[in-house]
Ligand binder design. Sequence first.
Ligand SMILES: C[S@@+](CC[C@H](N)C(=O)[O-])C[C@H]1O[C@@H](n2cnc3c(N)ncnc32)[C@H](O)[C@@H]1O
Length: 282
Amino acid sequence: MGKFTLRGWLAEIRQQKYPAIDNPLSEAAILAADALKLPRETILSHPEIPLSGAQRIRLMEKWKKRTEGYPLPYLLGWWEFYGLKFFLNSQVLIPRPETEELVLLALDWLRSQDGPVWAADVGTGSGCIAVSLAVNCPTVTIHALDISPEALKVARKNARAHQVSARIRFVHSDLFGNRKKKFDLIVANLPYIPTRILDHLEVARREPRLALDGGPDGLRFVKKLLVQSREVLKHKGQMILEIEETTGQSALQAAGQILPGWDITLRKDLAGRDRFLIINRK
Ligand SMILES: C[S@@+](CC[C@H](N)C(=O)[O-])C[C@H]1O[C@@H](n2cnc3c(N)ncnc32)[C@H](O)[C@@H]1O
């Protein structure tokens, strides 16, 4: 049998149709780069690279899972967020680009502050928000909370990988629980998909329901956090919450009722969808 090369493998993929995958060749190249521990450019510029029998079998197994709808980031075991590589497994949400906008908003606020700042990331998941903030702002110390011990393991690993463990404390907790420590900044991307919408989404079969299900109106956790923020957000502090696009007006209304007199803004993401509540305490 002749030598099997990357070119051969990519040609096999090119011959098939994969309606559920937007860009099959590009995803196949990412998988190959990861499997061979080579940069993606090398995969594309050197299709003559040989694949051993074992490599070919492993790639084919992964590709089969991908064609069955298994998300690429879980197959790789990592994904990029805010320019950093984050370890992932199927116990944590795959970080989304909208959440990078939340990090940007939070960094803008952090950089406007003098001196050390205490922040909380509620529902930290993979730790992508907390770690990105700590890497990009040396004056912040963060409490990263999650109800899922499995998620906290992943988040700790990511903090170690990016050498910010000393400034992030990981806490197993149902939102803030009974904690009374006060924070200058609270960020949260809590489960926010209304249950009736979630039940029809593919994502509900692939990613942890605990990370997605926001209850009947999508605001179950957001409202609880708004109530808790009266105790835990410092005066002059800021809170940034990511929300589901159809819940913008109801989230704004709930925040106004729960936090009368606080400065509350609904902000759209880059795609023009209601996405963030930004709340400033006077
Ligand atoms: C939408 S995911 C966000 C993960 C990560 N922050 C991100 O942006 O990719 C929500 C996270 O909230 C956690 N969570 C769900 N209910 C919670 C609760 N009651 N208290 C704390 N965390 C909770 C889930 O385990 C999950 O990790």
